[in-house]
Design a protein around this ligand. Structure first.
Ligand SMILES: [Zn+2]
Length: 295
């Protein structure tokens, strides 16, 4: 007879004896620069307390390789001495697994209280330390899985871009094939006004902002080799093509955003230079029972 197993809290900081690098311990969970706008913070589940749907927190389908996004790869070589915590106002202290070096997150000069401001400097210190003392460098960057001129997903990006962008924001938080009504409405209502050739005032939705947010997120999470100027230029000059390209990139990562015109199954797209633990998009996605954070 089937018996339900009790939910087990994942070990976050079991402690480790310094000088015993072979002991397997979880990776550190520092705050990254950029707060809510850093995709690396989103997948680590710092902002899961809001009920408006704007910050969905860590979903059930976060691909493991996303934890290596940006400077995230360095966190596998550290463990938490004191976890970063908004509620306790601790900026986080994280120790190297191979020596006694501690990278701390630091906090702003206003002190504790309502305006407490964590700086998120630990990941930078980790990267510097690993390079200088252990000869460890960042894994190679990737190119986009598909060119920006491909057409897969273009229909949704063109005719229902608010809906598609909101789906991609959910995908960046680890949710497959899910519309986010809040972001959909926001992208529709936010934006600017301009006068057309007949002097009529018209509302212009913010395609560019939607394209920039999604492009910046997936660029960080998949370690895509693209500089900020190109990201900005693509978002401003060609937001529709950019939304279609990021749709394909999320799909290749195993977190399919879904859409109206894209059918009911993820497209077969392979990641460029895929990580060792990459799962092809058509593979059955493992679903864990209940809500579980990924560290
Ligand atoms: Zn070290």
């Amino acid at each position: 007879m089937y018996q339900q197993q009790p939910y087990q809290q994942p070990l976050t900081n079991p402690g480790v004896m310094p000088g015993n690098p072979l002991q397997v311990v979880p990776r550190a969970r520092p705050l990254f620069r950029g707060g809510t706008h850093a995709a690396q913070n989103g997948i680590r589940g710092y902002y899961d307390e809001c009920c408006c749907g704007m910050r969905p927190g860590t979903g059930p389908n976060v691909p493991p390789h996303w934890l290596d996004g940006g400077h995230g790869w360095a966190t596998a070589h550290f463990f938490d001495v004191e976890p970063f915590d908004f509620n306790l106002q601790t900026p986080g202290r994280h120790q190297c697994k191979y020596c006694n070096f501690v990278a701390d997150g630091e906090e702003g000069c206003c002190g504790k209280g309502a305006c407490w401001c964590p700086l998120g400097l630990a990941p930078f210190k980790m990267v510097d330390h690993l390079a200088a003392n252990h000869g460890l460098v960042a894994p190679p960057m990737r190119d986009w899985a598909t060119s920006c001129t491909d057409t897969e997903g273009l229909c949704d990006a063109c005719f229902c871009w608010q809906c598609q962008a909101s789906r991609q924001i959910n995908a960046a938080h680890g949710y497959i094939n899910q519309l986010n009504p809040f972001w959909c409405l926001y992208f529709t209502c936010a934006g600017g006004r301009h006068h057309d050739h007949s002097g009529q005032e018209v509302h212009v939705g913010c395609h560019c902002m939607a394209a920039f947010l999604t492009r910046q997120s997936i660029k960080q999470l998949n370690r895509i080799d693209e500089d900020c100027c190109t990201t900005l230029a693509m978002s401003i000059c060609c937001p529709i093509c950019s939304l279609a390209q990021t749709y394909r990139e999320f799909s290749a990562s195993g977190v399919w955003p879904g859409g109206i015109c894209v059918g009911d199954a993820p497209p077969m797209i392979a990641m460029n230079n895929p990580p060792a633990n990459w799962a092809p998009p058509m593979a059955v996605q493992p679903q864990t029972g209940g809500y579980q954070k990924v560290y």
